[in-house]
Design a protein around this ligand. Structure first.
Ligand code: ATR
Length: 290
């Protein structure tokens, strides 16, 4: 690695599968930014120490993936509003103390919104949205979804209390944007949603989609935040029931672009990067999750 390059990495456990280094390498080449982006495997009990050591070596920032997004949020001295809403961060910028210290952001939600509204061309304003799951993935996207001004968002989860807690935390934000926001069990989330987003880990466990097809609407968007093999059962299910399936690959590229812009002040063009990843994913032996 050249000493002239600014260092970044994706921090997580595991990280070997991550496509973030490839995505950021393409962004760096496209924008001619001096960026070296690698992988930072953090022991489960030593996320903070590992990331601090990386920063002490002169690194400029990192993305954060499972299972450290909540710890990353705690580690920063400053947090973006969307990170505050999520109570989780997927991006850290190692600003020096004199500039206020480390900044935590969460670019997952804006990445999802951009993939839906720009890449898929589906407006969210005035629509009815079902968000399945109330874990870290859903927490990361709910604030930016609300910001789009859909008519209604239902957060449905196996453990209803978790969905209710997420809804309660976003209640003021929802009323500010004129959005009806409510929590639901998996048994009665409602029917005919324009946009259905799966933020559960159900695809990974192979247990199938945990709600009935009545949640879909003909031609409506059904998006799984996973991609590759992990998203396939959801995509097949959505298509079989007349919805338009979409995986999480666009969200993955868009959240990366937002992080890149935060670090470098330059926004890469995501379309060629997404097209290239799509071609790789469609080839045999694809990846698992964002
Ligand atoms: P992540 O950070 O990826 O969101 P998480 O915080 O562990 O991971 O959350 C996983 C989400 O998937 C939760 O909403 C979980 O439901 P519970 O809150 O009830 O645990 C949901 N989930 C996982 N496996 C599921 C399954 N087989 N059926 C339905 N929901 C499932």
């Amino acid at each position: 690695m050249s000493p002239c390059l600014d260092r970044y990495a994706v921090a997580g456990n595991p990280v070997a599968h991550s496509r973030s280094p490839a995505i950021h390498a393409l962004f760096a080449a496209q924008t001619a930014q001096p960026v070296d982006y690698g992988r930072l495997l953090c022991p489960l009990d030593a996320f903070a120490a590992t990331v601090r050591a990386f920063a002490a070596e002169g690194a400029k920032g990192c993305n954060v993936t499972v299972p450290f997004k909540f710890e990353a949020f705690e580690l920063a001295t400053r947090r973006s509003q969307r990170a505050e809403l999520a109570q989780a961060a997927n991006t850290l910028r190692f600003d020096p103390e004199a500039q206020g210290g480390w900044l935590a952001d969460n670019t997952d939600g804006v990445g999802l919104v951009r993939d839906i509204t720009v890449n898929a061309g589906v407006p969210l304003q005035g629509r009815r949205v079902l968000l399945l799951g109330a874990g870290g993935a859903s927490a990361g996207v709910l604030g930016p979804l609300i910001e789009q001004g859909p008519r209604e968002i239902v957060v449905a989860n196996r453990t209803v209390d978790k969905a209710q807690a997420l809804v309660d935390r976003h209640a003021a934000w929802a009323s500010q944007h004129g959005v009806v926001l409510r929590a639901s069990s998996l048994t009665s989330p409602g029917e005919g949603f324009d946009v259905f987003i799966n933020g559960t880990a159900a695809s990974l466990s192979g247990s199938g989609v945990p709600v009935g097809p009545e949640v879909l609407s003909p031609g409506g968007l059904a998006l799984d935040m996973m991609y590759g093999q992990a998203a396939q059962p959801f995509m097949d299910w959505a298509r079989a029931h007349g919805a338009t399936p979409r995986d999480g690959l666009g969200m993955l590229v868009e959240q990366a672009a937002e992080a890149f812009a935060l670090w470098r002040g330059v926004r890469p063009d995501t379309a060629p990067v997404l097209a290239r990843l799509r071609a790789e994913i469609d080839a045999p032996a694809s990846g698992a999750s964002a």
